[in-house]
Write a protein that binds this ligand. Structure first.
Ligand code: TMP
Length: 220
């Protein structure tokens, strides 16, 4: 079976704990023989990282915020993600367009319609193959956030109602496209979450012609 590429995104509220698992996921994929591009949004390119600084710290109008998220995304998508996928690399991206639906569309109450227009324009029908949504109740996300951060950014400073709308918008994304999403109950112990993640990654690897145990190709 010929090996093929896979675009995986990670989503969740600030404080859901996804960053704890990223190095582990990267390691697991690389050990299975995957040539991996691991990246993040907003960011992932020199321009995207500059826009990230503005987005996280500079007050701005909601439409400006949404356009800058997509400006960073367009640069990232066209100059890094798409070329990587076309070369057969896998891409692991910490947040992608679902975050715009959740944070701008839901949290900031812009609604899904403008986000969908920008998504169509930038991505032209392509997107992640699999999205891992790290899901925790609001109180846990808030608690983890205040424990882990020295200085909160513009999003982390938002109130509970913002994050409740954001979480609901994530769940609406899952309901609209259930086969793409895996919802991870991130309240659990790290070892339990990793056991589930391992199973999901093994499935993705197997379906794309990779062996899962010792990094050997699937003989079938
Ligand atoms: P991070 O802390 O997970 O790196 O993400 C930075 C913040 O940016 C996070 O609070 C979510 C927010 N964000 C959006 O509001 N919209 C987006 O499209 C993306 C990618 C991130």
């Amino acid at each position: 079976m010929t090996r093929s590429a896979c675009f995986i995104t990670l989503e969740g509220l600030d404080g859901a704990g996804k960053s704890t698992h990223i190095p582990w996921i990267e390691d697991r994929l690389r050990r299975a023989g995957v040539d991996l591009l691991s990246t993040r949004e907003p960011g992932g390119t020199p321009l995207g990282e500059t826009l990230r600084e503005l987005l996280l710290h500079q007050p701005m109008d909601l439409r400006t915020e949404t356009l800058l998220m997509f400006a960073a995304r367009n640069e990232h998508w066209r100059t890094r993600i798409l070329p990587a996928l076309e070369r057969g690399q896998w891409v692991l991206c910490d947040r992608y367009t679902d975050a715009s639906f959740a944070y701008q569309g839901g949290g900031r109450a812009l609604g899904a319609a403008p986000v969908r227009i920008l998504e169509d324009w930038v991505q032209q029908g392509r997107g992640p193959d699999c999205t891992l949504l790290f899901d925790v109740p609001l109180e846990i996300a808030r608690e983890r956030l205040t424990r882990g951060r020295e200085q909160a950014d513009r999003f982390e400073r938002e109130d509970a109602a913002f994050f409740e709308r954001t979480r609901q918008a994530y769940h609406a994304r899952v309901a609209a496209d259930p086969s793409r999403f895996r919802v991870i109950d991130a309240r659990r112990e790290i070892a339990d979450i990793r056991a589930e993640l391992g199973g999901i990654l093994d499935e993705l690897l197997h379906a794309r012609g990779y062996g899962t145990a010792a990094g050997e190709p699937d003989p079938s």
